[in-house]
Design a protein around this ligand. Structure first.
Ligand code: C2E
Ligand code: CA
Ligand code: CA
Ligand code: CA
Length: 281
């Protein structure tokens, strides 16, 4: 028995080592990906629920290593955060998506929503970076939404001052801030009132399933929309996949929606086509 135990231990060590090596290799490839130009931005429309027109887009990063399948963000954002690479990668996607969005904004008055990781907000010059991106792209500050998660602002009950001061400074210039994946964290609701935010993005786990005629479906989503509206915050529902969900959200007073029902995230040229088609019909 002792022998077998030791064998298992060895096996476990090997597996662990394999995993660590795989992670190290991915981080190495990730390190060169920016200079090799392997990142691509996809855009997913944000739809106004009153007239169902395009209000803007969320920028979502993709990694396309040469000759390999595209890597979804869930497979590398975590590694990029742990290794600090999210700082240059995040700066790149901000610059690239604001450049593209400035062109769309001039003709269609659309906004762009960009994900910002907690790690980026810990950088002392994050605020200056955003101001510089706005200046060089020509995008008006009001047309930029920064998406952050609850954990950025409230960490084990403590408000993180660096993040707050960046966001407060940027909001004084007109930039908007959205809480992403709202409702999935564990912080108190009071912070919605006290922190520098403009919009709440309701996590898709709150979207009632179409095939569940459950009388409690929609209770949580209604509570969130009412709470946000009462605090004069905008609401964006994520993961909208059916017509029934769109109708429910409009009835509940949700302002915007985003999801496969309207469009998957698409490359820049397809997003431009969606905008053009919408403006000529
Ligand atoms: P997220 O910010 O919550 O982005 C929404 C995700 O939901 C996207 O996945 C999008 O493709 C997916 N989605 C949109 N509509 C639907 C729908 O109707 N149904 C379903 N099932 N899914 C839908 P994606 O693009 O794979 O991104 C995953 C996550 O990776 C994002 O979640 C975000 O946390 C992170 N991420 C993506 N791009 C960036 C980035 O540039 N910077 C940072 N820091 N994180 C990013
Ligand atoms: Ca997001
Ligand atoms: Ca989200
Ligand atoms: Ca999410």
């Amino acid at each position: 028995a002792k022998e077998a135990g030791r064998d298992r231990m060895v096996l476990f060590d090997d597996e662990l080592r394999e995993k660590q090596l795989a992670v190290a290799r991915t981080v190495e490839r990730l390190r060169g990906a920016l200079t090799r130009g392997e990142f691509v931005v996809y855009y997913q429309p944000l739809i106004r629920l009153d007239d169902e027109r395009i209000a803007g887009f969320e920028a979502l990063i993709r990694w396309q290593p040469a000759g390999e399948p595209m890597v979804p963000p869930d497979r590398f954002i975590g590694l990029a955060e742990d290794s600090g690479l999210i700082v240059p990668i995040g700066a790149w996607i901000l610059r690239e998506s604001c450049r593209v969005a400035a062109g769309w904004h001039r003709r269609h008055a659309t906004v762009i929503s960009v994900n910002v990781s907690p790690r980026q907000l810990r950088e002392p010059d994050f605020g200056l970076l955003v101001l510089d991106v706005l200046r060089t792209s020509g995008l008006p500050p009001e047309a930029l939404i920064l998406e952050i998660t609850e954990g950025v602002l409230v960490n084990s009950g403590l408000v993180t001052e660096q993040a707050i001061s960046h966001l407060a400074m940027l909001r004084s210039h007109g930039v908007k801030v959205a809480i992403d994946d709202f409702g999935t964290g564990y912080s108190s609701l009071a912070y919605l009132r006290d922190l520098p935010i403009d919009h709440v993005k309701i996590d898709r786990s709150f979207m009632p399933a179409q095939d569940a005629p459950d009388p409690t479906a929609g209770v949580l989503i209604k509570a969130i929309i009412d709470l946000a509206a009462g605090l004069r915050l905008g609401t964006i529902a994520e993961g909208v996949e059916t017509r029934a969900q769109v109708d429910l959200l409009r009835e509940l007073g949700c302002v915007r929606a985003q999801g496969f029902y309207f469009s998957r995230p698409v490359p820049e040229s397809d997003a431009a086509r969606l905008l053009h088609e919408a403006s000529t019909t």
